[in-house]
Design a protein around this ligand. Structure first.
Ligand code: 4NP
Length: 150
């Protein structure tokens, strides 16, 4: 059985699409399924933000085919591990959990690494530099996750 990992942010257009693309690039697709979603529904059906697509491309990853979707309660049934990019996402995901088993699936992405920060900042209203910074944080965490899963 595949391990199923879900990356979650607010909009599912900036951070979690990067997390999905980065983790996918580091794991065996036969053993690990990676997806992403957003706690909000502002951008459902849209591709990732152009700045996320660009920073991924700079690191030789193509995330342009991803489509935004909203996190749903059903994701607790589908996924084994649910990684939140920040504490607000974490709280919002937990508020939809029905069981202790569901709650245990939810983690903060940056708790996988020691970067001295435990939230991936929202880069949406900032500049391009923010996207590279976010890429690096997510990349470090995904490296640690991939080591455990591979
Ligand atoms: P994300 O960034 O949660 O990393 O996808 C955001 C994208 C869109 C909005 C906020 C954050 N928004 O308010 O539309």
């Amino acid at each position: 059985m595949k391990t199923k990992v879900l990356m979650v942010c607010l909009g599912n257009i900036c951070r979690s699409p990067l997390a999905e693309g980065i983790l996918k690039s580091k794991v065996d697709a036969n053993a690990v399924l990676v997806d992403s979603s957003g706690t909000a529904g502002y951008h459902i059906g849209n591709p990732p933000d152009k700045r996320s697509i660009a920073v991924a491309q700079k690191h030789l990853l193509d995330i342009s085919a991803q489509k935004c979707r909203q996190f749903s309660k059903n994701d607790f049934k589908e996924f084994d591990l649910i990684y939140a990019m920040d504490k607000n996402n974490f709280i919002n995901i937990l508020s939809l959990a029905n069981t202790e088993k569901d709650k245990k699936k939810v983690r903060l992405l940056l708790d996988e690494v020691n970067l001295g920060i435990n939230e991936v900042p929202d880069p949406y209203y900032g500049g391009v530099d923010g996207f590279e910074e976010v890429y690096q944080m997510i990349n470090s965490a995904c490296e640690a996750i991939a080591k455990k899963l591979n």
